[in-house]
Design a protein around this ligand. Structure first.
Ligand SMILES: NC(=O)c1ccc[n+]([C@@H]2O[C@H](COP(=O)([O-])OP(=O)(O)OC[C@H]3O[C@@H](n4cnc5c(N)ncnc54)[C@H](OP(=O)(O)O)[C@@H]3O)[C@@H](O)[C@H]2O)c1
Length: 282
């Protein structure tokens, strides 16, 4: 049995791929009714909360492999690791980022703390260190739908990866752990793109102009808060955009393509597949 925590952008894809290929997969979710697609695919949905030890222990019971794809909240993912260490779990696949204990971005410090806890647990594991997910742009869909993309990422280039590829990589590794012991994979898409390049790709996919405008980090943060993003997350996102402007995300790797046995999905493919989400004003 493979446990996936939880059904976010990556976890949903991981669970779908595992279930559709006939593997026993369990997904810990807060609200099973919102994840019927996983149940229909054959996954077992377990209602629980990563902040609650009882529900995490129940979810981990009888599991061989855990795919850790939840938020970079040390209290939550370390709870999963602790419960896993107390049972039969023999392998953990952990989704992470450019984790660093001295990063200015809180979630990268959180990832670093979780990685350290995973290593200290002694449970065999693999790390998926991804560049920015293409699906992050879904949060900007209302603006993109009306032809506007603005960011303090400036002219920084990013090796965006489709979260579906990250999910499929996690699924592939979870079903063949012995080939991936103590490995760290750096996951990116096939190309480096600026936000201006992304605007042009959306314009082609949506058949209307999409302009890119640079704004300041403070403007980015304020816009996200106004759009309903929690202030702590908005601060971290704005910090990440500033780092992107300085070249922090300008890296590519062939790890995803090698693990998938096919080219990683392009931004053009992402924009075409998600066209309906960007085509209407929300
Ligand atoms: N986004 C990026 O560009 C990026 C890049 C590199 C690495 N990563 C890392 O990749 C990992 C996966 O990210 P993602 O974007 O797939 O995540 P995501 O889409 O934001 O999903 C997070 C999920 O966590 C669930 N959740 C939140 N609190 C919970 C709790 N207390 N108990 C149970 N479930 C809870 C949410 O469920 P509800 O639906 O119930 O709210 C949501 O489905 C994270 O570690 C992230 O830091 C992200």
């Amino acid at each position: 049995m493979i446990l996936v925590t939880t059904a976010g952008k990556v976890g949903t894809q991981t669970a779908l791929t595992l279930a559709r290929s006939g593997h026993d997969v369990r997904v810990l979710v807060r609200d099973p009714q919102r994840h019927e697609i996983l149940k229909d695919a054959g996954a077992e949905l377990v209602e629980g909360d990563l902040a609650d030890t009882v529900s995490v222990a129940a979810a981990v019971d009888g599991v061989d492999t855990v795919v850790l794809v939840s938020l970079a909240i040390p209290d939550q993912e370390l709870r999963v690791i602790e419960c896993a260490a107390a049972t039969s779990v023999g392998f953990i696949v952990k989704a992470t980022s450019k984790a660093s204990a001295d990063s200015p971005i809180a979630r990268r410090r959180g990832q670093s703390e979780i990685e350290a806890g995973l290593i200290a647990s002694g449970i065999p594991h693999a790390l998926l260190r991804s560049n920015a997910y293409m699906q992050n742009f879904l949060a900007l869909a209302p603006a993109i739908a009306t032809g506007h993309l603005a960011s303090s990422a400036g002219a920084g280039r990013v090796g965006f990866i489709d979260a579906r590829d990250v999910g499929d990589v996690a699924a592939a590794i979870a079903t063949a752990p012995e080939s991936h012991l103590a490995k760290t994979y750096w996951l990116t898409g096939p190309e480096l793109l600026t936000y201006g390049d992304v605007a042009a790709i959306f314009a082609d996919a949506l058949d209307h102009p999409v302009t890119f405008a640079t704004r300041t980090r403070a403007e980015d943060e304020a816009a996200m808060i106004e759009a309903g993003v929690p202030p702590t997350i908005a601060t971290q996102n704005a910090q990440a955009f500033s780092l992107i402007a300085d070249g922090d995300a300008e890296w590519l790797s062939s790890d995803a393509a090698n693990l998938l046995g096919r080219p990683a999905l392009s931004f053009r493919a992402f924009a075409a597949d998600y066209r309906p989400a960007f085509a209407v004003a929300h």
